[in-house]
Design a protein around this ligand. Sequence first.
Ligand code: BGO
Length: 734
Amino acid sequence: MNTAIVLAGNPNSGKTTLFNELTGSRQHVGNYPGVTVEKKQGICVSDSGKFNIVDLPGTYSLTAYSLEEVVARDFLVNEKPSMIVNIVDASNLERNLYLSVQFMEMGIPVTIALNMMDVAEKRGIKIDIEKLSELLNVPVVPTVARSGEGKKELLKTIASTVNGNVEPLTISYGRDMDTALDEMEEIIQSSAFLTEKYRARWTAVKYLENDSQVIESGQKENRKVALQLEKIVEKVRRHLLATLDTHPENIIADQRYGFINAVLKQNVISYFQDKNRLLLSDKIDKVVTNRFLGPIIMVAILMGLYKFTFTYSEIPVGWFESFFGWVGSVADSALPDGLLKSLVISGIIDGVGGVLGFVPLILFMFLGISFLEDSGYLARMAFMLDRVFRMFGLHGSSVMAFIVSGGIAGGCAVPGVMAARTLKSPKERLATLLTVPFMNCGAKLPVFALLVAAFFSENKATVMLLITLISWMGALLVARVLRSTIIKGESTPFVMELPPYRMPTIKGILIHTWERTWQYIKKAGTVILGVSIILWAMMTFPGLPETKVQEFENQRLSIVSGMSAQVLSEIETLEEKKLSAKALDIKESLAQINFDEAHAGLKNSIAGRIGSSLEGITKFAGFDWRTNIALVGGFAAKEVVVSTLGTAYSIGEIDSEEITSLSDRLKEAEGWGPLTAFSLIIFTIFYAPCFVTVVCIAKEAGSWKWAAFSVVFNTALAFGLSVIFYQVGSIVLI
Ligand code: BGO
């Protein structure tokens, strides 16, 4: 075997010493072509094989700022060596790994020679070599180049790994940059832009780093594509300046150090202190990620966010409700009775208005989450929860997806599913995609709020907490089952970037909050609007057959026949207490007929027939045909459960002074009680994700198979759990 190996590392890491140790007298020195940078080459013959070794100039980075850096990376790009042996100074690990990370991003196989182990030991630094190797996903061999210690082991490792496949390291550079990188990568791949020389992702990162050499080669390669990429970079640059008051280059450096920081923090190094960069961050982390204090602080912060959101959004939510109530009353008086009025009020205003009413709540929640994210705290939360998640076959990066989906309260599974993109292992990503919909998204909250207010009004907070715990436990247990059966596979080590803490800017938080809230508003104006209209139609048509309508009309006529128009008008318009006992009797009889007619119409509608046909099975979970209609509607969007229950339980309802709200109606309705209500809560937590989430799962999982799985599996699970709960509850309560 005669393999090309390059030695690379920071200046003074011991490269020359190791080079001499490996090549002995079989070496010669020249210059790299065209420049006066020294190029040392030599041959290493050993039991493990024969290697051509080139010593790269010592550099700290792979930008294009110095001649050494350009020479080093040109050599790597043009010569495509079989392996980089990266000499890392163990006594200065964090700084040295900054270069290693860049090699790993290039996708060239790397073996780390962890040199100066004697110096590290003298300074009391202990390094868990195995853990470091596992987290970086590259071989790591301890060496003392000066004495030749570790040389044999290093050669053996090189020989055994030199022709293996490597998965290039992909670091997350934050939401804004990752979105731009994905877009750029797609353009670069599809137009084969510089792809003969560089990996597409690497080119994209270099564009964001404002790398003059790559930008110049890009312009020569294809002006049009280069311009397209430059435009994206410009947009991100402006966005970052506005939101975080910084440049992409700084974020890239921070996130690379954040990655290294996260690796070292996982007990890789027992004495770790960086005097230059992360001093304040480290001090904060000592408290915030402490084994005992960390979880307490995390719960306190979450409770604070929860309280902040619900306290401050209560009043504006009320304003929104009043506004939509006012719009409804305007439509009521402006439109003549009939189908159009019913469509506008029940279909559009009630449906879309119900969802838009939650905009203030969503806005306040995202305001809090944006603050936590921009400051760097959310990354710490994921870091702490990683251990728990790993036990259930998930990953530290899944934490963020769970939180965004409503792990705290009232998120949305759509961005949650998208947040799973940061997971590098496809199996862990899939397990995350399939379990985030169990979180309590903003659409499920009104359903829980309604049922809790109606049936558990004495213990609202406790029941809400119980619902949150059930959804988390359910999600984690399902993840465990899936990861032990159909999506079996090893857990990948978790290295989430832990960038230094930053003071978020007000402008940045406001922009990030608005971006997310706008997504929610757009959903209400498109998907929810469409679904509300369809459901309204399903609950309205085909209506009652003419003979039936006539029957009800005859019943009304038989009651009012012989009565004068004035008496009739009094019965219709006067308050109940002003009516005589006989008139009140007539009024109630008429209302009962109207109710029976509307009830019969709803039961005969398309939705009613579906609901009734399911009743044979759903009765085991305590659900009647009207609840079934609401749950079928909830497949489209969970908010629809509330609005549909409202319609189903109010159509033709006899309004009395005591029964006005939906929760009062449910309390009075036949078949309803705490048992049915909690069974419905369990079903709502677990059943099929809403339509938009299902589409997103298909897109992110790359197959409709998994989207279909989430619908069928989740619904079966939800139904099974509700039936068990309802049946056991019925026996216990008897
Ligand atoms: C001098 N352990 C220790 N303790 N020292 C090492 C090791 C090791 O594992 N490896 C290398 N060194 P280079 P670059 C020196 O030269 O190979 C030492 O830039 C000195 N010189 O011996 O040159 C190595 O090629 C006088 O130290 O690094 C060298 O990457 C006094 O680290 C230095 C003390 O190694 C840099 C040291 C006249």
